[in-house]
Design a protein around this ligand. Structure first.
Ligand code: ZN
Ligand code: ZN
Ligand code: ZN
Length: 1005
């Protein structure tokens, strides 16, 4: 009977209860339940007491659907920040938030309610909106928790919470009372379908077909004043427009002051050419004359005068169908690439038109109502019968107006034009520009700084941008440009699902009543009864008895019905949350005041589009109300794309659903993916890439399992070997671990999570699996478990595991905690890895690791050469496995000294039965130095080889237990061919030479 199986049983193989198969989809929810039971978030707060604070203020996702991969990336990154800051020794509370107000939810609720909405009281509609948002707050909370994000999920902040709504109103009142707010007419993007203003960011360009028409306006002022050649002639100018519906609002024609204009004698009909001075004359830009003549199908064209546009300032024309005088105005925005160089100007329907109108004193009254119906100006229509377009929707009015122009001989040319046109981002209907009465925050408001200096709001905001750390750095320029060029902030919307602009307007003069005491009362009411109170209470019940308009003395008031822009309420979250939440207010105040020695940092981390969104509105509100930016750091995240670089969408079916991945592969896989991408760039995700993360996860898990298995029987308190007594290889690995730890800590600090990911993978797969854990097998399996050499390795394996488990905990949140439970017990250890701190590099390895690592680089150069030579010898069938070989290394100089110092460990790291190092002398050098003319590169250093390696079949005999070829093997009881090293190990293990199979020792079982 062969004794081999029993002899094999004396090896100390790895043993751990840490499962090979993770079963993440089943086990992660169990761990979440365990954390909930431990009240881990509260435990983290307790542990953090007294530590410096780090604040990551959550930008609220919109609560109108389940989470998508962009959300998972966003919250995953935030979780990495919060966890890594916590483990770096900060108290990093995280209060997640939800953006609940605004158009998308109101539209969904409107769709659901249908006609019922008209009959419902406002409070009931608000209730329906609240319920809709709450449903998704609950769903998203569950999903964010499922992917392992820590935070105060039981009580997140919600922009629809009563307290939050009250703070939003309070912020608005502060703006109003400090003089930032004005009410004014302004052309704004307007969706006639949704009947609301749209912000610039809420408009998308899509194709649209419009009538493209040329219309003549007859000159009514003296033509000779323009050019003598025009004296006594019938003169027109020609305008080109694609929005005939704006013609009823036409008040002026704009010319470029510096362009050359020509007066053309032209006739449309060659067969009845009028003679001489009866031929009409048309004024158009010289550079566009030919184009216009073609479009208007002029038969003959003759230039009779040429002049600069400037001479057309304040000439007058007759409106083509209204009884209205049209003014010639100048504008440098007039272009010479399309049209006629004469631009029809309707101040109520265009931004340039509006500002030009202001310069010329033209009244921008808008006669298109919220539903897009045109109402004729009674001052310009004296017939009993209103015009056909009166009361019509703008799109229906277009052909009616074109027909009217044709009938009156004012239409010179017409076609259909398909062009890119602004559409509503929600309903995708084309939008119009419409001057409406809106509430604005003026960017030019003067702000007092210091004793007697004043800056504009805009200047101060730009200065504050400069004090913030923007990551990546281009963010600074981007938001600076936006603030520098943005128009005043239109903060009003004509919907219901947001905080009302709770202001009384004077019935007589339309001015707002500004009464701070009244404002405080309304804020209190909002706090107690919710913002519904503005819709339900009667004006008289809210107003003080003696309320009087400060402008006109009027005593009758009406409630404003507009609500605030959703960016306003998201933008005051620093006030409604950071300043007001008891968990955050003290450190946030310390940040704002900046007076403490170490004021906390405040980080905002969101998508790059938030330079125009949340970063922007938060900056403006905080600069206006507190004189400083609300954050010290801003980091931006790129878009999430598919492998072909396309945005993810339902219609393309290329989306990767993080919840689905969590349920199929594990949340840990989603988290690994988040860590794998450089979030500052656009990131790519696919099923494929998730599978790759899952593969990698398996490798990492196996490495940890192997580490844990080899720690079986190791009690750090009893068995730990002091650093000075460790074997050289083990010391080297500790130095490597210290180096890695230093790098990883710096990368966490810089939010370079993808570098952490790469470095951990490389360390686990290359340094550990392929090298250290592999070469240790001989020592770990065959040495006596309690031997100093084995304990030396275990000490280092334990320290590596203790360091690594902490370093990966922010990313591999579930698995690190599982590993933690399988580590050897240590007194006073926290109950979860998440309550532990990052390892301190100097506690891993006390000395500067650099010199040792440098020395080992040379050892590895020898090892690389040795492995190459061994492979050659294997190819040549000189040897078989590594242990069947021995090496002869000849060397000289420094390398010889080094190899002699490291001679003991060479056998182990090369994994052969024996290594002999001899000095290269005379001809022996030439004999072995096959590579003296070659150079090999190792690491970043190119070094000349001053050594040579020869592989030989190992001398001696193969030990049946450790498989090393040893000079001496003999019988150990019934076991044959056991080397002396193994025999003494067996002896140390208390295993006496067995006499027969029946007499197997206990330890061998
Ligand atoms: Zn719309
Ligand atoms: Zn008044
Ligand atoms: Zn042996």
């Amino acid at each position: 009977m062969s004794p081999a199986p029993e002899l094999k049983a004396t090896l100390t193989l790895p043993q751990t209860a840490f499962a090979m198969k993770a079963n993440l989809p089943q086990n992660e929810p169990l761990r979440l339940a365990r954390w909930a039971k431990l009240r881990l978030y509260e435990e983290l707060r307790k542990a953090g007491r007294g530590r410096p604070v780090y604040l990551l203020h959550d930008g609220p996702p919109y609560a109108n659907g389940p989470i998508h991969l962009g959300h998972a990336l966003n919250k995953g990154l935030k979780d990495f920040v919060v966890k890594s800051k916590t483990m770096a020794g900060f108290d990093a509370p995280f209060v997640p938030g939800y953006d609940c107000h605004g158009l998308p939810i109101e539209i969904k609720v409107e769709e659901k309610l249908g006609h019922k909405k008209q009959e419902m009281p406002a409070a009931a509609v608000l209730d329906a909106c609240r319920a809709y948002a709450q449903k998704y707050v609950d769903l998203q909370t569950e999903q964010f928790e499922r992917i392992g994000c820590f935070g105060r999920w039981e009580t997140p902040y919600k922009t629809m919470a009563r307290g939050y709504e009250a703070r939003t109103l309070e912020a608005f009142y502060s703006f109003l009372e400090k003089g930032f707010v004005y009410r004014g007419l302004k052309p704004v993007y307007w969706c006639i379908h949704d009947r609301t203003t749209l912000a610039e960011a809420e408009v998308e360009y899509e194709n649209h077909t419009s009538p493209s028409i040329y219309v003549r306006y007859q000159l009514t002022s003296d033509p000779a004043a323009i050019a003598p050649a025009l004296a006594g002639r019938e003169v027109f100018t020609i305008i080109w427009t694609t929005t005939p519906w704006t013609l009823p609002a036409s008040l002026a024609v704009a010319f470029h002051p510096d362009f050359e204009y020509v007066a053309l004698e032209a006739t449309p009909d060659p067969c009845c050419v009028p003679s001489g001075t009866d031929v009409p004359v048309y004024i158009v830009a010289a550079s566009l004359a030919e184009q216009v003549a073609t479009a208007c199908k002029f038969a003959s064209v003759k230039e009779i005068a040429r002049f600069k546009g400037a001479v057309l300032d304040r000439v007058t024309f007759q409106h083509p169908f209204l009884e209205r005088s049209i003014m010639g105005v100048l504008g440098t925005y007039v272009t010479a690439d399309t049209g006629t160089g004469a631009v029809h100007t309707a101040p109520s329907h265009g931004a340039d038109d509006f500002y030009t109108g202001q310069r010329y004193g033209l009244e921008p009254t808008c006669r298109v109502d919220a539903g897009g119906h045109i109402h004729v100006d009674p001052a310009a229509w004296h017939l009993a019968q209103p015009p056909a377009f009166d009361g019509m929707n703008v799109w229906k009015a277009n052909p009616v107006i074109v027909a009217m122009l044709e009938e009156r001989g004012a239409l010179l040319g017409g076609a259909q034009l398909e062009h890119s046109y602004p559409h509503c981002w929600r309903c995708h209907h084309p939008v119009i520009f419409r001057a409406t009465e809106q509430w604005f925050i003026s960017l030019e408001t003067p702000i007092k700084v210091g004793q007697n200096q004043e800056k504009t709001f805009r200047q101060l905001a730009i200065e504050e941008i400069d004090k913030v750390v923007w990551d990546p750095a281009w963010g600074k320029e981007r938001i600076t440009n936006m603030v520098a060029t943005r128009p005043d902030w239109c903060i009003s919307r004509q919907k219901i699902w947001d905080v009302p602009i709770a202001v009384f307007l004077c019935e007589a003069c339309n001015q707002p009543l500004i009464d701070p005491a009244l404002n405080r009362r309304i804020v209190d009411l909002f706090e107690r009864e919710g913002m519904e109170v503005w819709h339900t209470a009667k004006a008289e019940a809210l107003l003080p008895q003696a309320a009087k308009c400060s402008h006109c003395g009027g005593t009758a008031f009406r409630k404003e019905t507009d609500i605030l822009d959703v960016w306003f309420d998201a933008g005051v979250s620093w006030l409604a949350v950071c300043e007001s939440d008891p968990d955050l207010s003290a450190p946030y105040k310390a940040f704002q005041e900046g007076t403490s020695a170490n004021p906390p940092e405040v980080l905002y981390l969101e998508g790059g589009d938030q330079h125009r969104g949340w970063f922007h509105s938060s900056l403006l509100t905080s600069v206006a109300l507190r004189g400083r930016a609300p954050y010290s750091h801003v980091a931006t995240v790129g878009w999430t794309l598919d492998e072909l670089g396309r945005a993810m969408s339902k219609s393309l079916g290329n989306g990767v659903d993080p919840v689905d991945i969590a349920n199929r592969m594990g949340a840990e896989i989603v988290r690994l993916w988040v860590a794998s991408v450089d979030f500052r760039e656009d990131t790519v995700a696919s099923e494929n890439l998730m599978q790759r993360c899952a593969e990698l996860y398996k490798k990492l898990r196996n490495t940890f399992r192997f580490l844990l298995g080899n720690l079986n029987g190791f009690d750090p308190a009893r068995d730990r070997v002091p650093e000075a007594e460790l074997l050289p290889l083990d010391r080297y690995m500790l130095a490597r671990t210290r180096e890695l730890t230093e790098k990883i800590l710096a990368w966490y600090e810089a939010f370079e999570f993808h570098r952490v990911y790469q470095a951990v993978n490389e360390f686990a797969i290359v340094d550990l699996s392929a090298f250290y854990l592999d070469v240790l097998k001989d020592r770990m399996y065959t040495f006596a478990p309690t031997s100093q050499a084995r304990r030396s390795a275990q000490t280092v394996l334990w320290q590596i595991t203790e360091a690594l488990v902490r370093l990966v905990a922010p990313i591999l949140t579930f698995t690190a905690d599982e590993i933690w439970e399988h580590l050897p017990a240590v007194e006073g250890r926290p109950i979860s890895v998440h309550l532990a701190l990052f390892p301190k590099p100097e506690e891993i390895f006390s000395a500067d690791p650099a010199p040792l690592l440098e020395e080992w680089k040379q050892v590895f150069a020898v090892r690389d050469e040795a492995l190459r030579v061994l492979e050659e010898a294997r190819q040549a069938k000189i040897i078989g496995k590594g242990l069947e070989a021995e090496l002869l290394i000849t060397a000289s100089g420094e390398t010889l000294a080094l190899l002699q110092r490291r001679a003991d460990g060479l056998k182990e790291i090369i994994n052969v039965s024996n290594v002999k190092v001899v000095e290269a002398k005379g001809t022996t050098v030439a004999e072995y130095d096959r590579t003296s003319t070659k150079a090999i590169s190792y690491g970043d250093k190119l070094m000349m080889l001053d050594f040579a390696v020869t592989a030989l079949p190992a001398s001696g005999h193969k030990c049946a237990r450790c498989w090393n070829f040893m000079p001496e093997v003999s019988s150990y009881g019934i076991w044959e061919n056991v080397c002396t090293r193994c025999q003494s190990a067996l002896h140390e293990m208390g295993i006496e030479p067995p006499k027969s199979v029946a007499a197997q020792p206990e330890a061998a079982k």
